[in-house]
Design a protein around this ligand. Structure first.
Ligand SMILES: [Zn+2]
Length: 392
């Protein structure tokens, strides 16, 4: 196989779209024909050796290229590297984690971008990306990628009403990160983080408002464009640093609620392993009591055993706690000193734990909240405290 058109792949072009471009300019009927010949070439190069299912499965855990639906791109890449004598960095292949649900409508292009340089940007394939972040122009739907066709001939070929919105998160991330070589997997990661971050702050906001009658204006400071690409702790800190606090305990309250809501709903934890370390050091910096809860039982709180009266502690699911129970826990668990708590009173009432005594469910038994309180002091953990992580 010899290719006459050998222009290089762009970092924001996906490998499949690059093959489409090579196929077009080298005169192939469609990209599938080129892919098939590349796969045949791969077989020759590999000398009959094919990647085993066991090997593939193992590698697919950390490399998207080895997912079953991407295997043909893996083989095409190896063969194409041989043909072009060029190496394609894996991070720039922009392959999908799951098989993409492609339909005709997924072919969309920005006319202005296309005019400037005719190749498909990987983010055009995102379902929610409908307005170009560079030109603020609605992308046009095309039946097939129009390599070699002038854009003016496409102008009547789209339905502008089909696109009414743009995904703000995608747009913001692309605007701030694309110059740094953001790939499809980076984009997906950033989007997942941003979505979790928005829900998390929403919960913190609602909780502080309903329980401590404190309204914080988070939306104003949750600037995705500004925080995109930063580590999770830095993102959280950037919002905290912009909030107004009347006193030190108020800031502590916000930090405590933030941590409890992260742990309670598993926000941001699965995204990045360092998030958990940050939670531990942050809780230790705030209060050894909070640290004990977080480190000792992770998602659980304690209850004493009424039956035996010996303070053997059982975990009570933290998730089943209502906001009222959580509030009571924050106030009564020694995380705050009584002096600190006084700051939350404004005209006698600044927080509300509700009228009813909260009860936890322990197996089939209902446990009075006060019992958790008594039991908390009896828990001893054999843990070395971690120093607060210094933020970059
Ligand atoms: Zn554009």
């Amino acid at each position: 196989m010899n290719l006459i058109y050998r222009k290089r792949k762009y970092f924001d072009e996906s490998f499949p779209d690059y093959l489409g471009r090579l196929a077009y300019w080298n005169g192939y009927r469609d990209s599938e024909v080129l892919v098939v010949s590349l796969i045949n070439l791969y077989k020759d190069i590999a000398g009959g050796y094919d990647i085993s299912e066991k090997e593939r499965k193992k590698l697919s855990d950390f490399n998207v290229e080895y997912k079953r639906h991407n295997l043909k791109w893996y083989k095409s890449r190896v063969a194409l590297e041989f043909v072009l004598r060029e190496y394609f960095p894996l991070s720039e292949l922009n392959l999908y984690e799951a098989p993409p649900k492609r339909s005709v409508s997924d072919n969309k292009i920005c006319r202005k971008c296309w005019e400037k340089n005719s190749y498909v940007r990987f983010y055009w394939r995102e379902g929610c990306y409908k307005v170009c972040h560079l030109h603020s122009e609605t992308l046009i739907k095309v039946k097939s990628i129009p390599y070699g066709t002038s854009v003016s001939s496409l102008t009547n070929d789209f339905d502008i009403d089909a696109f009414k919105y743009n995904c703000k998160i995608t747009k913001a991330i692309l605007e701030s990160r694309i110059k740094m070589g953001c790939s499809l997997s980076d984009l997906h990661f950033e989007m997942a983080v941003a979505i979790d971050e928005i829900s998390l702050w929403g919960r913190v906001q609602r909780f502080l408002k309903s329980r401590f009658l404190w309204e914080i204006d988070v939306e104003r400071y949750l600037d995705i464009q500004l925080v995109a690409g930063l580590s999770i702790p830095s993102r959280l800190e950037s919002v905290i640093s912009k909030l107004h606090f009347e006193n030190k305990p108020q800031e502590k309250l916000l930090r405590v609620v933030l941590i409890l809501q992260i742990v309670r709903y598993n926000f941001l934890i699965k995204m990045c392993s360092t998030t958990w370390n940050w939670i531990l050091s942050e809780s230790y910096s705030l209060s050894p009591f909070l640290y004990s809860y977080i480190k000792g039982v992770k998602s659980n709180l304690f209850a004493s055993n009424e039956m035996t009266d010996n303070y053997v502690v059982y975990p009570v699911s933290f998730l089943s706690f209502s906001d009222r129970q959580l509030c009571k826990f924050i106030i009564e668990s020694s995380i705050f000193t009584s002096n600190e708590l006084k700051n939350f009173y404004k005209g006698g009432k600044s927080y509300s734990t509700g009228v009813l005594e909260p009860r936890g469910i322990l197996g089939r038994m209902e446990v009075d909240y006060d019992k958790y309180k008594d039991a908390t002091g009896k828990n001893v953990f054999d843990i070395q405290p971690a120093k607060r992580k210094i933020l970059a």
